[in-house]
Design a protein around this ligand. Structure first.
Ligand code: BMA
Length: 334
């Protein structure tokens, strides 16, 4: 007898604590939902608008292989999506040459001080991927600040408030020593400095060895900044993208308080295991329910679709208390 794919997933999953629960309607958005011809839709930034609408700013790949961003709005964050009838934010290589090969993987931070959403995204330049920033009030018009971190750099998000008077940006420069998470500071969102290593990829056989990156923007909790990050494991059959959890000090966000040893979410369902790029779960955003505890995490699945998983902030913190340490980071630095 063949066990249906979804049953196999739940059999596998019951062996570990399930912190992120997949929505039964997954995948919630695919290329078939799009009002114009596209290859794929994945890796979406997410936010709740003032009227309670869920807005996803989706990475859409066309059939040249280049990406742009397109907004999808839903009253409940699961279905009934109203998708912009044409690209919402297209690359503009005439004015921003760093966007020549498209724009990708947006993260959205609502900044109360500015009363605007700050979007950080990957601009794909001739020199490789860099980080660009744009501001918007309504996801219809955008003020572009251009490239703020030169190549190779990506996986970036802004903290929603200043730290010690400065804006703080997490990002992932690539170096010959590995791909680690860094944090940089700015007085005005344009000029960045005081670069600090924030979280290192581990080494050897670890699931998050050699290459990590921020997933959605950090979430401010009373215990610290809760950070989902992805770890990339290189295997003979390709890369495995999984999700880990860490907690950072509220007023000193480069200080790691806790880091989980194991991943908390990885590709298991068929739409995560098979696609344009197999075995990828890649969240770029979440919304929070009115209970102040439930997170709706939106993630790209296998670079082909957008899926939704729910998690409780309280349970994530409890899991970190039981499973987190920062010793290994200390060792790595030593
Ligand atoms: C990463 C990013 C993501 C992508 C992932 C898997 O490097 O480029 O956009 O989802 O690879 O292909």
């Amino acid at each position: 007898m063949t066990v249906p794919a979804e049953k196999q997933v739940s059999l596998l999953s019951t062996r570990f604590e399930q912190l992120l629960l997949r929505h039964p309607a997954n995948p919630i958005l695919t290329s078939r939902d799009w009002p114009y011809p596209i290859n794929s839709v994945f890796n979406a930034g997410a936010t709740l608008l003032a009227d309670g609408t869920t807005l996803l700013l989706c990475r859409v790949e066309d059939r040249r292989g280049l990406s742009h961003l397109c907004a999808a709005r839903s009253p409940n964050g699961v279905d009934g999506w109203q998708i912009d009838s044409e690209p919402t934010l297209l690359s503009d290589p005439k004015n921003y040459p760093e966007e020549i090969w498209g724009i990708e993987d947006p993260r959205i931070t609502f900044v109360p001080e500015l009363q605007q959403y700050v979007i950080t995204y990957t601009s794909y330049s001739r020199g490789g991927p860099g980080v660009s920033l744009a501001l918007t009030k309504d996801f219809r018009t955008f003020e572009r600040y251009g490239v703020i971190m030169p190549p190779d750099d990506k996986d970036s998000a802004l903290l929603p408030r200043r730290i010690d008077g400065c804006w703080a940006l997490i990002h992932r420069p690539m170096t010959t020593l590995g791909s680690h998470m860094w944090i940089s500071y700015s007085p005005d969102l344009r000029y960045w400095g005081r670069h600090r290593l924030m979280l290192e990829a581990r080494r050897g056989a670890w699931w998050d060895a050699n290459k990590i990156g921020l997933s959605p923007p950090p979430l401010e909790t009373s215990r610290g900044w809760l950070v989902f990050y992805h770890g990339v494991r290189h295997t003979p059959s390709g890369c495995l993208y999984r999700l880990g959890l860490a907690l950072f000090d509220l007023e000193n966000p480069e200080k790691c308080l806790l880091r989980g040893d194991s991943w908390i979410f990885g590709p298991e369902a068929s739409y995560e295991r098979h696609g344009d790029v197999h075995d990828v779960v890649f969240p770029c955003g979440y919304t929070m329910d009115a209970d102040g505890d439930t997170l709706n995490i939106y993630y790209g699945a296998a670079d082909c679709s957008i899926a939704l998983a729910r998690a409780s902030i309280r349970s994530l913190l409890e899991w970190l208390d039981a499973n987190g340490s920062c010793e290994r980071r200390q060792h790595a630095q030593d």
